[in-house]
Design a binder for this molecule. Structure first.
Ligand SMILES: [Zn+2]
Length: 704
């Protein structure tokens, strides 16, 4: 499916895109001229617009009027800014549902969506689809190659693109999808296990849309429904992409990844790069650095370097109804700039702030912008100007590079996540197990990232499969090749036990990974009462128990959610369960194949059980931390190209903190710093004020 290393792919942007998401209609007393003056002051190179312009571009069916858009693009072009045009499909004009009220989605309760909701249309409405096509064909053909436009973003970054429309057309489309995918009703009955339960269907049109979350609902049926919904959305998005690619081959095409239930791997093959929203204030302060890093790395795993199409620039909230609603903390002074650098450190080649102006309208989402609702350009605008100044100087220094993590964690937000969601058994989803592993390496100062299952693994020293229930024979084969070539693989409990439809495989765990792991899972249990039945893995002492002095306590690895006893085939034992009823049974093993090794952990990952494994794993995989003595609260992240590495040093706390042991290099972005010589090696220490950032460029030693 993919020919190249995807997580390390460059975006091919020649410099960092910098700007904001900008509504073209003047808000309140503001004027476009004043906005442009402010944006020039901040050295903007791009703005994204258009997501809400359908009504203006097509005031009545078939009558297109692009004069307003032309005028605003010309104004920006005069100021050296380029526009990113969002396709305005999320907000449809009132006349559209007037053409046919059945355009609007039908909810579970049978009511139609209100036309003022975003993404209110049914993707199976032929009228909606034909109106979208007509608009995009007209929009694409309207522009001669215009330098003032940089590219298209499919949709805005509004969540809600996956529809759960329950109209008769969707029911029919679902039935058609099932018949196409299963071939015959007998095959569907077998796949869903309906013969066994004496409830076989005799024709496809008997099958209704499933009710999620109902007790006894069939997981295979739910999974098929999720896959159907993803496919419906992809057909809509790809139709837009094909029209626009044909119209303007030179403009880039991106899409704001908003919902994990979409098959973004398939979508990304049609895009130049992915885009995402980045709102770190939604994470708790103590986890913000690691969770932000994890969310950015997840986007990069899809398509390499990416665009942040909406970066948090102020307070952000959701109005809710009744007493339900929320509003995040406003970023502290300096924090917005920190978010910009963190996004770039993890692979963003473009940053658009969410909302240039704070909206005055009674929108259901409160969006704090750079410019206040009363029109003031205050401290946040000054911070923005500082960002613009620094990024203009950095330019292609940054976009030539990509992050290059040593630790790769397999992330599958589509098939594996959906298999889990269809039958979660109250267990943590694979995505959060992956995040637990990510956080361990992040906090210990290692370069860590995610990789998808079709990508190349060869650049990683350590690869982790954290509780992925579906590992195909093909993926198991590629993992075996990775290990044989010298890689180190960590596999955790419940990996590889299900097939692509979520059915338990008729072979012992970890399924197709058994030979590679050199074990078979024997007994297993969900751990529901760890307080009544505590258990931990006791590490086997190297060289046998007799070599360990009785005074030395070996570290133990507590169970998490799930416990497995491992029967050895070719592996050696690294640890065993300590307590009744599994005392002495194998729990942690190592298997050598070719030049590499595979470690299997018979429980789910947690901070407590991974921590004692960190140094042994780092030793086995020859991992080197980015700094030898990481300061808690300071993140060090690296992007690199053949000639140099860029070290991003970021203080995620409001306190003044120092980080030593950095390469001497050249300081590209500020902070107090000093150089030291130790054992013939020059190193740099930086002291960062709260939320401050330093950036060091260090030459790479030539390869031998
Ligand atoms: Zn529908």
């Amino acid at each position: 499916m993919f020919q190249m290393t995807h997580h390390r792919r460059q975006s091919w942007l020649s410099g960092i895109l910098f700007g904001a998401d900008y509504r073209l209609e003047p808000a309140g007393d503001s004027s476009p001229e004043e906005d442009i003056r402010l944006m020039k002051g901040a050295q903007f190179t791009a703005v994204s617009s258009g997501g809400n312009l359908w009504e203006r571009l097509e005031p009545e069916p078939g009558r297109f009027d692009f004069a307003f858009l032309d005028e605003r693009i010309d104004q920006l072009a005069g100021s050296a800014m380029r526009m990113i045009l969002c396709t305005p499909t999320a907000w449809s004009p009132a006349w559209l549902s007037g053409l046919d009220p059945e355009i609007l989605r039908v909810s579970r309760s049978g009511t139609r969506a209100s036309y003022t909701q975003p993404h209110n249309a049914c993707y199976n409405s032929p009228i909606y689809r034909s109106r979208v096509r007509a608009l995009l064909v007209a929009l694409g053909a309207h522009f001669h190659p215009v330098d003032a436009v940089a590219g298209w973003q499919i949709e805005t970054s509004e969540p809600g693109v996956i529809s759960d429309c329950r109209c008769s057309r969707c029911t029919e489309a679902y039935s058609h999808y099932l018949s196409e995918n299963h071939g015959s009703i007998a095959a569907l009955n077998r796949a869903w296990g309906l013969e066994e339960q004496g409830q076989s269907y005799s024709s496809f049109d008997q099958i209704a849309l499933p009710e999620e979350g109902e007790v006894g609902s069939n997981p295979a049926q739910l999974l098929d429904y999720h896959l159907f919904r993803s496919r419906e959305y992809l057909s809509f998005a790809i139709e837009q992409i094909d029209i626009l690619r044909d119209a303007q081959p030179a403009w880039f095409l991106t899409h704001g990844l908003t919902e994990s239930s979409i098959d973004y791997l398939e979508l990304s093959t049609k895009l130049d790069f992915a885009a995402c929203s980045f709102f770190p204030m939604s994470f708790p302060p103590q986890d913000r650095g690691s969770r932000s890093a994890s969310s950015l790395d997840a986007v990069r795993s899809i398509s390499g370097n990416f665009l942040v199409s909406r970066l948090q620039s102020g307070a952000h909230g959701s109005a809710g109804t009744g007493s339900v609603g929320s509003m995040e903390d406003t970023p502290h002074p300096g924090q917005m700039r920190l978010f910009v650098y963190q996004a770039i450190a993890h692979g963003a080649d473009g940053i658009l702030h969410a909302a240039f102006r704070t909206a005055n309208s009674p929108s259901p989402q409160f969006r704090g912008g750079i410019i206040a609702n009363d029109g003031r350009a205050g401290a946040r605008y000054e911070e923005l100007c500082r960002e613009g100044d620094e990024l203009a100087r950095l330019g292609a220094n940054v976009t030539r590079t990509t992050p290059a993590p040593e630790v790769g964690i397999l992330l599958d937000r589509h098939r594996n996540q959906l298999i889990h969601l269809s039958a979660p058994y109250g267990l943590p989803p694979p995505e959060s197990q992956a995040e637990t592993v990510h956080r361990l390496f992040f906090e210990a100062g290692y370069s860590v990232g995610y990789v998808h299952r079709f990508d190349s693994f060869s650049s990683f020293k350590l690869l982790v499969v954290a509780g992925l229930p579906f590992v195909s024979a093909e993926l198991a084969g590629r993992l075996a090749t990775y290990v044989e070539m010298g890689g180190t693989l960590l596999v955790t409990a419940r990996s590889g036990v299900q097939d692509e439809l979520g059915r338990l495989l008729p072979i012992p765990g970890p399924g197709y990974l058994r030979d590679l792991c050199g074990i078979q899972v024997g007994e297993y249990t969900r751990v529901n009462h760890p307080d009544l039945f505590p258990n931990s893995i006791v590490l086997a002492p190297p060289g046998g128990a007799e070599n360990v002095p009785p005074s030395l306590a070996l570290p133990t690895l507590p169970q998490q959610d799930w416990l497995e006893c491992l029967d050895l085939v070719s592996a050696e034992v690294l640890g065993a369960w300590e307590e009744y009823p599994h005392a002495g049974r194998n729990a942690l093993t190592l298997n050598r194949t070719g030049l590499g090794k595979t470690i299997y952990l018979g429980t789910m990952p947690s901070a407590a059980n991974l921590h004692p494994l960190l140094f042994p794993l780092a030793g086995e995989a020859s991992l080197v931390p980015l700094v030898s003595d990481p300061t808690p609260g300071v993140e060090v992240a690296v992007r690199e190209c053949d000639e140099y590495r860029l070290y991003f040093v970021m203080n995620h706390t409001p306190q003044r903190l120092s980080q030593s042991g950095l390469p001497a290099g050249e300081l590209l972005v500020g902070a107090d710093s000093s150089l030291a010589d130790s054992a013939g090696r020059r190193s740099r220490s930086v002291t960062l004020e709260g939320y401050d950032v330093a950036l060091i460029r260090a030459p790479r030693s030539p390869s031998p």
